[in-house]
Every structure is written in C-alpha cells, then in structure tokens.
Write a protein that binds this ligand. Sequence first.
Ligand SMILES: CC(C)(COP(=O)(O)OP(=O)(O)OC[C@H]1O[C@@H](n2cnc3c(N)ncnc32)[C@H](O)[C@@H]1OP(=O)(O)O)[C@@H](O)C(=O)NCCC(=O)NCCS
Length: 178
Amino acid sequence: MAVLDRLFNFFIPVQDAEPEAIAPAPPTVYETRPLTDKQLNEVLKLNLRCFKAGENYTKHTFSYLLGEPNSLSYRIVTPNGQMAAFIFVMTNAEDGTGHITTIGVAPEHRRRGLANKLLTHAEEALRTRGINVVMLEVRAGNHVAQNLYRAFDYAVVQRLPKYYNNGEDGFLMVKSLT
Ligand SMILES: CC(C)(COP(=O)(O)OP(=O)(O)OC[C@H]1O[C@@H](n2cnc3c(N)ncnc32)[C@H](O)[C@@H]1OP(=O)(O)O)[C@@H](O)C(=O)NCCC(=O)NCCS
C-alpha cells in the first residue's frame, strides 16, 4: 500500500502550482453587456483563471445557467470585446429573492472597480424585477470577496460548516435591496 501511496503522490502535486505572475492590463474603458450562451466558452475560460481547480464551475453548470430563464448574467468587456469580468444571479420571483451564483474578474483587470460595477448593475436589474433580498455564499477563507460584499452592505447571517467540497466552511451573506 505504501508503494501505491507513493505512486499516487508522484502524479498528484502535493501543493498548488505557483500562481501565474500577472501584469496589470493597460488602462482602458469598460462596458457592461448581457452574457449569453454565445459566450459560453469564453466565460468558461475566464472562470478557470479566476478560481482554483475544484472551486470553479463546470461547462455543464454554465450551460445550464445560460439557458435558465430565472438566471441573469452580465459581462464586462474591453473595447476589443474581450471579457474582463462576469456575474451570474438566480432570481426567485415567488419569494422575491436573488442569489449571486458566481462573480469573477480577470486577474489583470482587478482592483479597478469591475466587481463593483457588476454588482451595482445586477442589483439594479434585480430591483426592476421586484427582487428585494439578495443572498450569496462565500468561502470562509475568501477574505477578498468578503471585503467586496461587506463594502456592498452584505451581512453574514449564518456560518455554513463544511459547505464546500473540500470541507471548507462558508458564510451565507444577505442584503436587503429596499
Ligand atoms: C473578488 C473579485 C471579484 C473582486 O473583483 P475586483 O474587480 O478586483 O473588485 P473591485 O475593484 O470592484 O473592488 C471592490 C471592493 O472589493 C474589495 N476588494 C477587492 N479586491 C480586494 C483585495 N485584493 N483586497 C482587499 N479588498 C479587496 C474592496 O473593498 C474594494 O473596494 P476598494 O477598491 O474601494 O477598496 C476578484 O478578486 C475575483 O475575481 N476573485 C476571484 C474569484 C472570486 O473569489 N469570486 C468571488 C466568489 S464568492
């Protein structure tokens, strides 16, 4: 068994690879647009750059979300049409709630207010649909995202023990849009 374990470890890296060095993109102007199934492959690729292996959505999930009538999705693009950021939100008209499913900004476009832009846009779209409560889950270790949501007046209402596949806890955060 020890031999098998050693062989297994040979093929599975014991720790994550070094993160790629990211040079910030040149300053540019950004535009917010709807994200549709035409951008399935592009959003999938960007999602892989935004989230670690095991934390990202699959093609199947994106495909489902893009075809689901209760899901809203937006992207931010650069002048050459390249996707710099995305957000998906599920709506439940029956109970008036929205659920931020995922949000990601390309590493070279971070700290430029793009997540801020997307959340503002999504919340506005939710308000016009009569949604007045938004919720989301965030990893306990994702302090950057927690900062973002706190800055947007989302409050932690519950700790979710072992919520994620790797056993990590999550936080349920909620915001009233009224
Ligand atoms: C979280 C994420 C979406 C933020 O995107 P962003 O466009 O860089 O964020 P913004 O520039 O709009 O920042 C808005 C606020 O978020 C917080 N924030 C963003 N990046 C931060 C960082 N590196 N450190 C601390 N706070 C940060 C700050 O409060 C910031 O406001 P400020 O710039 O006035 O201080 C981006 O880092 C990302 O894609 N991360 C990987 C995917 C992820 O974790 N998604 C969330 C899953 S729940």
